[in-house]
Design a protein around this ligand. Structure first.
Ligand code: SDX
Length: 427
């Protein structure tokens, strides 16, 4: 195995460390015995250069703007698979081999999409004004009190049941949170509808389980709307060891109930530096208000005395165009042509922001490009999804990835409790 040598110039001591082989991307120095060997720590706040695990689920090449799920480029995934196919790929390691397998998995999710009535009572207790991300993380943590069959160490399939159950229920939890916030009755899942259509149905249907009724009859949810949201979910499904996935792994490392770990992941995603950015992008585009104001806002970004940041821009790993942002921007324009009308003003402002930013030295020098959150809100708005549900939509998309990462951690016999050290600078 190749090694690297660390020389302590104060003492002249030399220490060899193994280089861990990888199938793609940078190698890693195995520093797991650094302190034992050298008596010193490594220091990497934010873990920008530190791998905390080995994983086979998704791979990001930040320089090339490449994202792979199980070795397949994200654009091929979006073109070839439905979101529920991608969920199966991520949690089992294999995509459905044929239509029957695809339908069988998706039907299982439909039958698991219902909520225990006592969990619905918990959701009903929240104030109307509660942010749905708070409802979601609470409800997912509460779900652990209804399902305690996960920790059968001899039955690894329990993890599959655990994963399929939460992937199935999360759209219902999001829809019920929204209906509660507007004082509307809950619309229970309709198992005759597919995963994505059912979510839109639970959001939109009127009491009596009818969708909007017009002179030419019930306005069904269009296949194009379903296709659009299906692709949005797929583009959010997994993304390496981001802050919320790392949170899921870290919390799971103490041996807690998987749903407690997933609830922690929802809380981490909520932040505006992470999944909460998609909501802030819409606020920002509305604050900019007109293309003629774009340059003024770009100047504010560069003014260090102004805390203003361009939401939906920049990324810890991508120092090039986020392939998901590219796919979402193309989807936006394609849907607009096919009749799902985007808000022209917001879309024009967003594209002008991108154009000005990508030609500005400040952004180029720092490798700041649009990320997954920059254009998604424009499509979600066109799908009549309220801004308050933008980050919950991210939760639905990311749940298969979190579940897959959780299972990978739980199945790793060498996984240890997360316990970083510190550089003490106190008295
Ligand atoms: C997601 O990690 C993932 O994979 C996450 C995600 C996933 O799928 O799980 O991809 C989803 O969270 C996408 C990111 C969503 N967040 C935003 O859009 C919020 C705006 N972006 C930033 O806050 C920021 O870019 C982060 C948080 C995304 C990344 O932060 P880093 O890597 O810690 O970068 P940094 O703060 O060290 O910034 C480096 C420089 C700084 O300038 P200097 O101090 O060098 O002068 O770039 C500047 C920053 O001020 N900068 C920005 C900026 N982002 C970074 N300046 C203006 N606008 C921005 N958005």
């Amino acid at each position: 195995m190749a090694t690297v040598t660390l020389i302590n110039n104060e003492t002249g001591e030399k220490f060899d460390f193994d280089l861990i082989e990888c199938t793609r991307g940078p190698k890693a120095v195995d520093f797991s015995k650094l302190f034992e060997k050298t008596g010193i720590f490594s220091y990497d706040p934010g873990y920008g250069s530190t791998a905390g695990c080995q994983s086979t689920i998704s791979y990001i090449n930040g320089q090339e703007g490449q994202l792979l799920y199980k070795g397949m480029p994200i654009q091929d995934i979006v073109d070839k698979y439905s979101f529920t196919d991608v969920a199966k790929l991520l949690i089992t390691g294999e995509a459905p081999k044929n239509k029957d397998e695809s339908v069988e998995f998706e039907l299982e999710l439909r039958h698991r999409s219902f909520l225990n009535e006592r969990l619905i009572n918990i959701l009903s207790a929240f104030p109307d004004s509660a942010h749905p991300m708070a409802n979601l993380s609470s409800a997912v943590a509460a779900l652990s009190t209804f399902h305690y069959d996960y920790r059968d160490p001899d039955n690894r399939d329990e993890y599959q049941v655990m994963a399929r159950r939460i992937i199935a229920k999360i759209p219902t939890l999001v829809a019920f949170s929204y209906r509660h916030s507007i004082g509307a009755p809950f619309i229970y899942p309709d198992i005759s509808r597919g995963y994505v259509e059912n979510f839109l149905y639970m959001l939109r249907a009127y009491p009596g389980n009818r969708l909007k009724y017009t002179k030419d009859g019930e306005t069904e949810i269009t296949p194009l709307e379903v296709e659009a949201l299906d692709k949005i979910f797929t583009l959010h499904a997994d993304h390496g060891q981001n802050a919320s996935t790392t949170t899921v792994r870290n919390v799971a490392s103490t041996g807690v109930h998987p749903y407690a770990a997933l609830s922690a992941g929802i809380n981490a995603l909520w932040g505006p530096s992470h999944g909460g950015a998609n909501e802030k992008v819409l606020d920002q585009l509305r604050e900019i208000g007109d293309v003629k104001n774009v340059s003024k806002f770009i100047e504010r970004v560069k003014d260090k005395s102004d805390p203003f940041r361009l939401m939906g821009f920049g990324h810890r790993v991508y120092k090039s165009y986020d392939p998901r942002a590219k796919a979402i921007k193309n989807l936006k324009n394609e849907l607009n042509k096919k009749g799902i009308k985007m808000d022209a003003r917001l879309s024009e402002i967003a594209e002008a922001l991108e154009e000005v930013a990508l030609s500005d030295e400040y952004f180029i020098k720092r490798g700041l490009y649009p990320n997954v959150d920059f254009y998604s809100g424009i499509i979600l708005t066109a799908l009549k999804i309220p801004v308050s549900l933008f980050t919950p939509i991210f939760v639905i998309g990311r749940m298969p990835g979190w579940s897959a990462q959780l299972i990978e951690h739980l199945k790793n016999p060498h996984a240890r409790i997360t316990r970083p050290r510190q550089v003490y600078v106190g008295k």
